[in-house]
Ligand binder design. Structure first.
Ligand code: HPA
Length: 233
């Protein structure tokens, strides 16, 4: 059985999946980090692969950008394919002046300006959080590999471009470290289904210093984030 957005058959996808936004990043991870990768999806070019890492089954698939997109793909992975551990590996823009380019964030929680949680009809504001087990394990893996990580809160934004002023200052006044566009929806979907999710983010630009990385630099430095994520399989 397949879904409207995924042509994989049940059993084609491992219980643990890495989720970069960019499908070509998924292909790169499959080809460079997995043993014997087999492609399971190309619908809408949202490439997905399953292979093994140190002998353990693991999948990797793109999610596209934004909460509606990761919302669809993660829902189908959980409900149609039985995926239990969903690990976003993405980039983020720093809101904190203490963060440097390439710093890695483990997103313990995600704030949002989106209405994504409205569908759950809760009588209040939902705080989206990472799976403790994945978060704890990721921190331990990072420590054991001597990779510096920052654990904290991020903003999942519906917009990349906005006329709003002073967003970094406002959010960082509540110790929100960085902005990206997917973690909140991923955490909601995982929580609603009782499965595990974690977003691991590399700082690709700073909204404070305006520094930016180049695509070539990003590809090189994002290896550490992938190494942490793969150890969670
Ligand atoms: N905004 C939103 N998402 C991002 C950014 C940003 O500046 N950088 C990387 N992902």
């Amino acid at each position: 059985m397949s879904t409207p957005h995924n042509s994989a058959k049940k059993g084609d996808i491992a219980e643990t999946i890495l989720l970069p936004g960019d499908p070509l990043r998924a292909k790169f991870i499959a080809e460079n980090f997995l043993e014997n990768p087999v492609q399971f999806n190309s619908v809408r070019n949202m490439l997905g692969f399953t292979g093994t890492y140190k002998g353990k089954p693991v999948s990797v698939m793109g999610t596209g950008m934004g909460m509606p997109s990761i919302g669809i793909y993660s829902y189908e992975l959980i409900h149609f394919y039985g995926v239990k551990n969903l690990i976003r590996v993405g980039s983020c823009g720093a809101y904190s002046d203490k963060l440097d380019l390439y710093d890695i964030i483990l997103a313990m929680g995600a704030c949002t300006n989106s209405n994504y949680a409205r569908q759950f009809e809760l009588p209040g504001t939902y705080s989206a959080i990472a799976s403790w087990d994945l978060l704890y394990k990721a921190k331990q893996v990072a420590d054991s590999k001597n990779i510096k990580v920052v654990v904290g809160n991020v903003l999942s934004s519906d917009t990349f471009y906005t006329p709003e002023k002073d967003l970094p200052k406002k959010w960082s006044s509540m110790n929100v470290l960085a902005v990206e566009m997917e973690a909140y929806a991923l955490y909601c979907n995982a929580a609603a289904a009782g499965v595990n999710a974690l977003a691991i983010l590399t700082v690709s630009d700073s909204l404070v210093t305006k520094k930016e990385t180049t695509p070539e630099e990003r590809e090189k430095n994002f290896t550490q984030m992938i190494e942490i994520a793969l150890e969670l399989a």
